[in-house]
Design a protein around this ligand. Structure first.
Ligand SMILES: [Zn+2]
Ligand SMILES: [Zn+2]
Length: 436
């Protein structure tokens, strides 16, 4: 039996409100069912909890921890936690009420409250896959998404919040979890049909299976994204062998322009291309996608002053003018992993900075966040040689490593089953049921 790290599949701990949210007061409402509060039956439906140093004040008493446990049928018991942060630190950050199954715990740390939802893995998973995917997706795709998410969790190589005593947070930082509000029957069915299944690499470890929205035609290697290999995760051509996208592997400086907008795109059978998953159909599959497109290909244009303004704000450059952008290293999918920016500062001194990470490149080159770092740069210059306009013609959405969600959706639409989909993205692995 493969070794599974110390995550309890019957009681996963998900951080809902974190100390960094600096909540001094939390409002809860029992929506359905009956709960025991610190072991005692309670009829109170609405709770206002305040932090009092290292204790929680519920209006009647101060205790180190308040724990709400379903008294009878856990599947019929839910608590609403008001005003939770979603999209922490991103431009789309908002406050939402979360409807949570399972146990809810509130404790105080240094004057601020932390809220934890404790629930079984198999209850948590369909909520995660429904946070991005709609019930209209093919079932085989949802199963593949479910096994991928389960594998990532149980591989548990990224325990960012272990010090807080939780397994994951509820946000994009780990995996998006917004309770049961958007839960669909399809997601429940996909979870049930694959209960306990994870991908195991031939070395015996659980595959640390990442996923991202759209690879752009070629799945990126983990080395280019995280600077290290991951057993079971590889660069992959995201299409059938006969398809033309394979000839670009690996995408280099000389083939980037053709890769992002050559004529071959009209006929490509790449699984994440609009020829397999039409852009018009995406909103109903992906539910909450920002603007409907899959961003297999995209285009962003900046006037020179605009780009200087963005870089000054994002990177604190004090640039008067941007002279050049040069991609000095790319991953196999065309994603820039090194970008050099040449500019004149306010004293007309020529300077340069190097950005060495696809995530930081995406952050630096956009007011919000660039879809991906796989772009061909086209710079229009004036007669004196200074750039007038920067055009980024790009491919894909997200870091592009692991499972390509829109590609996997495309394979599902073409009729492939979830095992075939997973073997396409994660070679040399087997699917096994893992229990505690
Ligand atoms: Zn997190
Ligand atoms: Zn793809």
């Amino acid at each position: 039996m493969p070794v599974v790290r110390a995550i309890s599949v019957s009681a996963m701990r998900i951080g809902i409100i974190l100390p960094e949210d600096k909540a001094r007061e939390v409002r809860l409402a029992i929506a359905d069912g009956a709960y025991r509060v610190n072991g005692e039956r309670s009829d109170a439906r609405n709770w206002i909890l305040r932090s009092a140093g290292d204790t929680v004040d519920d209006g009647r008493r101060r205790v180190a921890l308040i724990r709400f446990e379903p008294d009878r049928d856990p599947s019929q018991s839910t608590i609403i936690v008001r005003n939770c942060r979603a999209g922490r630190g991103f431009h789309w950050e908002q406050r939402i009420d979360l409807m949570l199954p399972g146990v809810v715990e509130v404790q105080s740390c240094d004057g601020v409250l932390m809220v934890v939802n404790e629930l079984p893995l198999e209850t948590y998973l369909p909520c995660v896959i429904t946070a991005e995917m709609s019930g209209q997706c093919p079932l085989e795709f949802l199963k593949a998404q479910c096994v991928t998410a389960r594998s990532w969790m149980l591989a548990a190589t990224e325990r960012k919040h272990a010090k807080l005593g939780i397994d994951f947070c509820n946000d994009d930082c780990c995996q998006r979890f917004q309770g049961i509000s958007a839960l669909s029957e399809a997601a429940k069915n996909a979870t049930q049909a694959t209960t306990g299944q994870v991908m195991i690499h031939e070395t015996g470890v659980v595959v640390d299976a990442n996923y991202s929205k759209c690879c752009g035609g070629i799945v990126e290697s983990p080395e280019a994204v995280w600077g290290r290999s991951k057993p079971g995760q590889y660069a992959v051509v995201d299409g059938p062998d006969v398809d033309g996208v394979g000839r670009f592997f690996p995408v280099g400086a000389e083939s980037m322009a053709e890769f992002v907008d050559g004529d071959w795109l009209k006929q490509t059978c790449a699984y994440c291309s609009p020829n397999v998953v039409p852009d018009d159909d995406l909103p109903r599959y992906l539910g909450r996608v920002d603007d409907g497109g899959g961003h297999f290909r995209w285009r962003v244009v900046y006037e020179a002053y605009e780009l200087a303004d963005i870089l000054n704000r994002k990177r604190d450059l004090s640039a008067s003018r941007i002279w050049d952008l040069q991609v000095t290293r790319r991953g196999v999918s065309g994603r820039a992993t090194n970008l050099e920016i040449l500019y004149d500062d306010n004293n007309h001194r020529r300077r340069s900075i190097l950005i060495e990470d696809q995530y930081r490149i995406r952050d630096a080159l956009s007011r919000s966040f660039l879809y991906s770092s796989a772009f061909d740069l086209r710079i229009e210059r004036s007669e004196d040689g200074w750039p007038v306009r920067f055009e980024l013609v790009g491919a894909g959405w997200g870091h592009g490593a692991g499972l390509c969600q829109i590609g996997a959706l495309g394979m599902g639409i073409l009729g492939h089953d979830y095992r075939t989909i997973l073997h396409h993205y994660f070679e040399s692995m087997r699917i096994e049921v893992v229990t505690e």
